[in-house]
Design a protein around this ligand. Sequence first.
Ligand code: SF4
Ligand code: SF4
Length: 147
Amino acid sequence: MKKSEILTCFQCGTCHASCPSGKYTSLNIRKIVRDSMKKDVSGEPELWMCTTCYNCQERCPRGIKVTDAVLLLRSEAVKKGNILPAHRKVCGFLLKTGHAIPIDDKHITIRENIGLAETETVHKYPEALAEVKSLLRSTGFDELIKE
Ligand code: SF4
Ligand code: SF4
């Protein structure tokens, strides 16, 4: 995304008014867009409160790719080591188990009780899990999420 695109923002607030996350968290996407014109906002913790629902991007009267900008800013943040502890933990699960939220004993039991197999994912196929791990490492994902 070009900086010139962001500069067309006229602070109408449509993005913030459309933001479901902004109703319940401190995320103010209009403010992030405004601040990004003046400074590096990749360290703002609110960036991680966006659910990437794309409401803001679809409704922006200037056609600014707001959600895409959030994703770019997050990528920058991660490269600088700015990642929330909870997200770092989820990334660790992904690297270790192939799942952002691995199945636990309670849910294995629930599945068994209704006649389902434990899982049909990388939990069940170690060779597939090894491939997932190899792919993640080849992208440098393991280095990015280190403390
Ligand atoms: S909806 Fe678009 S123009 Fe309006 S404040 Fe948000 S980014 Fe700026
Ligand atoms: S994409 Fe993110 S910032 Fe935009 S409306 Fe959805 S939650 Fe809010």
